[in-house]
Design a protein around this ligand. Sequence first.
Ligand code: GLU
Length: 259
Amino acid sequence: MKKLFLALLILCLFICGCSKKEKPKDDLTKITERNELIVGVRDDTMPFGFRDKTGNLVGLDIDLAKIIAKNVVGNENKIKFVPVTASNRIEKLSSGEVDILIATMSITDQRQQILYFSSPYYIAGQAILTKKSNNATGLRDFKGKKLIVVFGSTSERNLKTNVPEVEVIGFKTYTEAYNALKSGKADGIVSDDTILIGYALNDTTLKILPKRYSQEPYAIAFRKEKESERLLERVNYIIDNMESTGKLRKLQEKWGIKQ
Ligand code: GLU
């Protein structure tokens, strides 16, 4: 009888053990076990994420990714960079293809419904890049004209909702947007001043108009789920620490965009 009871008890414990559901691992654990941080970055937004002459990804967002990798996996080179565009970045994060996005991404109310954002690490503003020969001084001078935006960017949304009298042409990348402006397909590009400045500095036929049309607080984006929360906390700790020790300022200085 005793033996039967013992056998039943073992069987019961075995069944309970098998049916016990494994708790899903949180992102921080997954990354440390994988020993690699997978980051979605831009490769056409100088000086945040772009390619140097040898084709390597460089920029403020890239440096930030390396600082986070050093803290999280102990080595700044244990990173896989996945180039993303403004229109596919949320999809790449939601599908799990990347752990986080460091991709000139502004915090907006709409995006906060589906994503977590870190503390901001830079504040840009929307501006217009146009040809030096253009006499326009602000948005209203583009009435009946064509303006270029990059799909999935905040400028696309702002322009389409707030300036209906302008014809908006969209492209997937800034390289395509720049080429379209150069070839006269449109009269200007609307985007973050920080991204447009790179083009204005490298091309003396272009200028940025002085007005700014929005505030764009750049932050790191995470999936909005329980599993991301520890990683978010860690990243916020890193950014807040960089802010209070002046390291963030130094990094902005390095890339010529100190605020
Ligand atoms: N910061 C803006 C955004 O998050 C535009 C820059 C970009 O193309 O990423 O949409």
